[in-house]
Design a protein around this ligand. Structure first.
Ligand SMILES: N[C@@H](CCC(=O)N[C@@H](CS)C(=O)NCC(=O)O)C(=O)O
Length: 236
């Protein structure tokens, strides 16, 4: 096969979305899962040093809140992870219907916001000085017991959260369920058969299956990840 002309290749590379974040789950993971569901391939710009964060702030692309994740896509610089997720969902048809009504959008957004609330409870774990206590007192007693029964019930009547078509809410929930499984082990879903079945179906979706084996899919955050976040944010 003829090699692609440099200009064409450069253009394709330039068009590949870039996610600016740390090399780990954190606030970017729901967005990663939604990108995967949309079938989007992206590059990670892993922030490890303070200067990288300062350069991003200086570029103006983190305005107005000067926070990451920031996603470069469609010639735009998008910040605020859930505003970005909703942009992807709207532009890549992740509301489960071709022309969702305002009520359809509201319904899917509600489910995704609940899944986000579930997910964000795991985010502080690598920074907690007493993680075992946080797991026992917060995650086990308050978080798992609240969200797993709710999502299991929601999945009784349909294959995916908002019906028989996947939506971006499924991708957000999968981010949280993956974290719960990593912390508590496979048994955590033993009493939640609809959720367990849904999890298999969600991972089997075309974009998700490919993402799962890729370098953009991060495992449990470790001490090195926490160190890099603290360094890049100037907290140490
Ligand atoms: N609501 C924001 C929160 C993002 C956030 O808290 N980012 C942190 C890193 S995980 C950050 O950039 N902190 C720097 C700062 O707030 O100055 C989102 O969902 O994107």
């Amino acid at each position: 096969m003829e090699p692609e002309p440099a200009s064409k290749r450069e253009k394709a590379e330039a068009a590949m979305p870039v996610l600016h974040y740390f090399a780990g789950r954190g606030m970017a993971n729901p967005l990663r899962f939604v990108l995967a569901l949309a079938g989007i391939t992206w590059q990670e710009n892993a922030l490890r040093e303070r200067q990288q964060m300062l350069d991003l702030i200086a570029s103006g692309h983190l305005a107005p809140f000067e926070q990451v994740p920031m996603l470069e896509i469609d010639g735009k610089y998008l910040t605020q992870s859930f505003a970005t997720i909703k942009y992807i969902a709207a532009t890549r048809s992740l509301y489960g219907k071709e022309n969702p009504s305002v009520d359809d959008v509201y319904h899917v957004d509600t489910l995704a916001d609940g899944a986000r609330d579930f997910y964000v409870k795991f985010v502080p774990l690598p920074f907690n000085p007493t993680p075992e206590t946080y797991i026992e007192e917060v995650l086990k007693k308050k978080v798992i017991t609240k969200y797993l029964p709710i999502f299991n019930n929601l999945l009784k009547a349909s294959k995916f959260l908002a019906g028989n078509q996947p939506t971006y809410a499924d991708a957000v929930l999968l981010t949280a369920v993956e974290f719960a499984l990593d912390v508590f082990g496979a048994d955590v879903l033993d009493d939640y058969p609809h959720l367990a079945k849904w999890k298999e179906a969600a991972w089997a979706l075309p974009g998700m299956a490919m993402f799962k084996g890729s370098a953009n899919h991060f495992g449990m955050p470790d001490k090195q990840y926490a160190l890099e976040v603290d360094t890049a944010l100037g907290r140490r």
